[in-house]
Design a protein around this ligand. Structure first.
Ligand SMILES: C[S@@+](CC[C@H](N)C(=O)[O-])C[C@H]1O[C@@H](n2cnc3c(N)ncnc32)[C@H](O)[C@@H]1O
Length: 213
């Protein structure tokens, strides 16, 4: 039986920063979140158990929950960010459908074949050992399950929305993160993780890998 994990402790400053991050996402990146959720619900017709890896303050998770029948485990490694995620989930009254989980993508706190769908948006570039995280994602996916990992704005943003968000994002993205935004690098990582059935998507929607187990 899975036990809910919530943050143990964090400083007032961490909480302040997490709330500021949350405000930025809600103020600047909602079109990308709405667009990506519309895309994945259309493409995968989602049902069952989902893990959102690196969920941030769960703004994306909540939008996904609103448009699917998924039960979602929202995993985040930063205490204060996870706490703001918990607050958002409570405020939106999704506590029965979204479970906040404090944990690290490198060691997912779920049993083998736990999830029908694993999503991770905008977190990949932070992972220190990307091969290990993809192995974890593959382990936790059920047979017949789908993983969708990457970053971008989804195919339904307008050009104007896309340009505005790009300028805001590129401003804050570290050089190291940009270097990982290549389909070849992503393909290499997936190969090293030993995942046999996958497809790289590199188009208007962003850079993603779709994994089928
Ligand atoms: C840019 S945010 C994206 C948030 C959300 N997925 C979205 O689409 O808006 C990336 C998040 O991934 C989290 N993260 C980074 N590395 C992680 C790891 N190893 N395990 C869990 N979460 C991680 C960060 O703390 C951050 O909150």
């Amino acid at each position: 039986m899975f036990e809910e994990r919530v943050p143990a402790d964090y400083s007032e400053m961490d909480l302040f920063k997490a709330k500021r991050f949350d405000k930025k996402v809600k103020g600047n990146f909602m079109p990308a979140i709405v667009s990506t959720v519309k895309q994945i619900t259309e493409d995968y017709g989602l049902d069952g158990v989902c893990v959102d890896v690196g969920c941030g303050t769960a703004v994306f998770t909540i939008e996904l929950c609103r448009h699917s029948r998924l039960k979602i485990y929202a995993l985040e490694k930063e205490n204060a960010i996870c706490e703001v995620a918990r607050m958002n989930i409570e405020k939106e009254r999704f506590t029965d459908k979204i479970i906040p989980v404090l944990g690290d993508a490198h060691e997912l706190p779920f049993e083998n074949e736990f999830a029908n769908f694993i999503i991770s948006r905008g977190s990949y570039h932070c992972w220190g050992d990307k091969v290990r995280v993809f192995k974890e994602i593959y382990r936790v996916l059920k047979k017949g399950g789908i993983g969708f990992v990457g970053g971008g704005f989804g195919r339904y943003v307008t050009e104007e929305e896309s340009n505005r968000m790009k300028s805001l994002r590129d401003h804050s993205l570290k050089e190291g993160a940009k270097a990982y935004s290549s389909p070849d690098k992503l393909r290499e990582v997936i190969h090293k993780a030993g995942i046999p059935n996958f497809r790289i998507i590199y188009d208007k929607a962003g850079l993603w890998v779709e994994i089928k187990k």
